[in-house]
Write a protein that binds this ligand. Structure first.
Ligand code: GCW
Length: 613
């Protein structure tokens, strides 16, 4: 068993474990404040105002502070106050309330104990086909989530493998006990369901069949009787070989609404994933363009979903690549509540070995989209049973920051990263600044050595770690770069796949011309010759070389920065080992990609650096 007890992540200031007796967020608030302020000569009082719900307001009193709020609000206020004092930042003034009511963490935990795309060890709550966990550790997890405002945890993988189907029947008592460990921290459970589950009992899962409707209504009744505050069901349907309404020639609105009606009496939300595309594409087929898929499917269904359905859309049109444009669906639907889905698990972004801090990406996304376009947020978890919770101790930053962005999508990346650094480590000021700076730039470093200019998918198939420029070129997943000796990239303009037409006029105009398209997305939208002259005057091939060299050099520089930090053990050792691996990875990316493009283009590097033949 790992020694998680000594690994408080960003809760370093709250070293004492929360007692098992605490049953409500208000009780947690009182206890946390009591423990933290005990020896600080500051008195904290609470004023409960039910109507405030999750909101809180902190007022200064002659001897300390008064926190006003609803049940959960008191707890959020207590953590906010402690964090402000710990980080030396101003105590929030006025009423603070979360921007999104649903702030979900989707866990891809299988009941075998494996986590799909998990990089932090095995599941914290499943093992060997059963629930298996340390209650104290789950309580500590609830505390971590509550401290940053995450309020829904989806327990199981969206790919529902057996025996996870039983989470909504024979395993309900266990699910209920598990829920009770998180409830004191304002965290409610959600369950991923298998659309085809009624087949076993009624022989079909056709959403328009009354027996299927009755089956789900009956099931929902039992589920909510066991876990009355369950947040809802999450569904991956007709996606990557999962069952769905298409089998019965029904639309996704018919499928989702049928489920939504079954759970509506209990206030449940039906979260339906929009990650649907043809995963059996013939690579010879250049007409089908995977990024188009979700918009083509869901735009005609806009307005056809019941009010308790939420369409959960990945932030980009592909799949959590290093850089993608915003999914056009997020800008295109007008009458369908949506959740934006992020992936804290660094599947394509370094696998919690290479550093990739996400706040700068979220800032860009929310700025471009406008946070009001969606009504909820979800993120795929990066947690696991490793001592430090997230594989790399610094990867906890993404979980911490996700909570803060879900609460306030206008948050400033540097402020958030700095707060995490200060809460996690007691470093001298110059080292906090160095750590913050390194993390703030980590995304751009990773992007430069792996996937500059919008060229994604050059990765090792299946594992998704490490360079393999033609790895996905002849596969069925719709993931091509189409590099040849003349050009590279995909034309997604009107003369190509027409994907660009899915954007509102302004963005369409921006992306449609290679002269205005941002460099980071250039080869995502355009197919260009190696001699193409970029905005900065360099040729395309030279930019490919330069970025790979630069990204790798910056990774090497990060290693030096890391070595200058007085981190506590075992974080220091873990971070250093992972940094060694990152630098090795960066060198592989640099040399393999440069060689690959030189073999096609025949172009020499203008600076005469080493490129292998
Ligand atoms: O990125 C892909 C992953 C799959 C995942 C899928 C999804 C859970 O490689 O492992 O399945 O996305 O989001 O459903």
């Amino acid at each position: 068993m790992s020694n998680w007890e000594n690994r408080p992540a960003w809760l370093r200031a709250l070293p004492r474990p929360v007692p098992a007796e605490l049953e409500t967020p208000a009780a947690v608030a009182a206890w946390e404040a009591g423990a933290y302020f005990e020896n600080r000569q500051i008195s904290v009082s609470f004023r409960r105002e039910e109507a405030m719900g999750e909101a809180y307001a902190i007022a200064q009193t002659p001897s300390g502070y008064e926190i006003g709020g609803g049940e959960a609000g008191l707890m959020y206020g207590a953590y906010a106050l402690i964090f402000a004092l710990e980080t030396g930042t101003p105590v929030p003034r006025g009423v603070q309330k979360p921007y999104y009511a649903l702030r979900m963490l989707d866990c891809w935990d299988n009941m075998s104990g494996e986590i799909e795309r998990g990089y932090a060890g095995r599941s914290l709550w499943f093992e060997g086909g059963k629930f298996s966990y340390e209650p104290a550790r789950i309580r500590q997890l609830g505390r971590m989530l509550g401290s940053v405002g995450v309020n829904v945890l989806c327990l199981n993988n969206v790919n529902v493998h057996q025996p996870a189907q039983h989470l909504i029947d024979s395993l309900l008592p266990e699910a209920a006990s598990f829920a009770s460990l998180l409830r004191p921290f304002g965290v409610r459970l959600m369950i991923s369901i298998d659309f085809s589950q009624p087949i076993g009992d009624v022989g079909t899962a056709d959403p328009l069949d009354e027996r299927v409707q009755a089956w789900w209504a009956e099931t929902a009744k039992k589920v909510w009787a066991a876990v009355p505050d369950l947040a809802g069901f999450l569904v991956k349907a007709d996606s990557e070989h999962r069952p769905g309404p298409n089998t019965y020639h029904r639309t996704h609105a018919e499928g989702a609404n049928m489920l939504a009606r079954a759970i509506r009496p209990y206030g449940g939300k039906l979260v339906w994933r929009a990650f649907v595309y043809n995963c059996m594409q013939d690579w010879r087929d250049t007409k089908t363009d995977r990024p188009r898929a979700a918009y083509d499917l869901y735009k005609p269904l806009d307005g056809a979903f019941d009010e308790n359905v939420i369409l959960q859309v990945k932030h980009g049109p592909f799949d959590f690549q290093v850089r993608e444009p915003l999914s056009p669906l997020l800008l295109g639907l007008e009458r369908t509540p949506m959740a934006i889905e992020f992936q804290l698990a660094q599947e394509y972004t370094g696998q919690q070995i290479d550093l990739y801090a996400m706040p700068p990406m979220w800032r860009e996304i929310f700025d471009q989209m406008g946070p009001e376009r969606v009504s909820a947020v979800a993120a795929v978890s990066n947690l696991g049973r490793d001592g430090c919770w997230t594989g790399h101790p610094f990867a906890a930053l993404n979980l911490f920051a996700y909570g803060l962005y879900a609460w306030n999508p206008q948050a400033d990346p540097e402020t958030v990263i700095r707060a995490w650094a200060k809460l996690t480590y007691a470093l001298p000021e110059n080292q906090t600044a160095a750590l913050t700076g390194m993390l703030l730039n980590s995304r751009s470093v990773y992007e430069k050595y792996t996937a500059n200019l919008g060229l994604c998918w050059m990765i090792t198939p299946n594992s998704h770690y490490g360079p393999n420029p033609y790895g996905y070129e002849f596969q069925a997943w719709g993931t091509y770069i189409r590099a040849d000796r003349n050009a590279v990239g995909i034309d997604r303009t009107e003369s190509g796949t027409g994907y660009v037409n899915q954007y509102p006029a302004e963005l369409k105009a921006l992306y449609a011309s290679p002269d205005t398209c941002p460099d980071g997305l250039l080869l995502f939208f355009h197919r260009l010759p190696y001699g193409w002259v970029m905005k900065d005057g360099r040729t395309l091939i030279q930019r490919l070389y330069d970025d790979h060299f630069e990204g790798c050099a910056r990774a090497e520089a990060m290693k030096k920065t890391l070595e200058s930090l007085d981190l506590p053990e075992p974080d220091r050792q873990e971070a250093r080992e992972r940094m060694e691996a990152q630098v090795r990875n960066a060198r592989e990316w640099r040399d393999i990609l440069n060689t690959f493009f030189r073999r096609f283009s025949g172009a020499d590097d203008a600076q005469g650096r080493k490129i292998y033949d």
